[in-house]
Design a protein around this ligand. Sequence first.
Ligand SMILES: [Zn+2]
Length: 288
Amino acid sequence: MAKTFTITEFFRRFPDDDACLAHLMKVRYGDTLDCLKCGKHGHFSRLKKLPAYSCPWCGHHIHPMQGTPFERSRTPLQKWFYAMYLFTTTRNGVAAKELQRQLGVTYKTAWRIGHEIRKYMAWVDGDSPLGGSGIVEVDKAYIGGRRRPEEKFDNKTMVLGMVERDGEIITRIVRSRRFDEAASHFVANVKQGARVASDESTTFINISRLGFRHQWVNHAKKEWVRGEVHTNTIEGFWAWLKRGINGTHVWISAKHMPKYLGEFEFRFNLRNSPNLMFDFLLAAFPRP
Ligand SMILES: [Zn+2]
């Protein structure tokens, strides 16, 4: 196990904006590269007045922030990096208030940075189809929201979760308990023929018709485990997600829920090597 990535180490690696820009340049383009304009190979050098590098042969510019969440942001790059550090060294997420305080930016800016990082985490995480080797557990849960005094029901978001045991998780927001809405997500995200475990909910009752080997436990009859059939992994994820969201955020609307789900999927999928999260995020920017 590698040691925890400390704040001292963060500032040693990224003492200023220039160090962050140099890092972006290196992971996205390499130390030397073939110029897109003149085709010659060389080491691009940093321009003094722009966050950019130029070709030693023809002067063509490369902007390492282009196509990243930092593009067009007025917030200094080091603050973005530090925000990513905070996101990857917490288990339960980072509230906008906390970002505001730690980064010394306005609440609005902190809120935006948080959402950009969540989107980026979700993008880095990706969604490869589940069910290659392990049993896929499926379940649904009601997440976020809060009950206002004038409302009869709380406005939680219904989320469908699919997790491969010892593998990755994929979540999707659904609007109804009906089977056909969930079905399209199973077909898109779980490999044909995979073993699928659920509870007795009618949302899952026809899964075998979609070409999956479906077995379920009957929670209503207090049957939690039958041999390999159970939903403990996905329920563990829900418990952690609810704890994280309720403990960190006042409330989350359905509109923004996908970003929070993406953030927690990313963390869950790297659960066995949390110390690698930061470097993983820092190295995954889209290649130009
Ligand atoms: Zn060139």
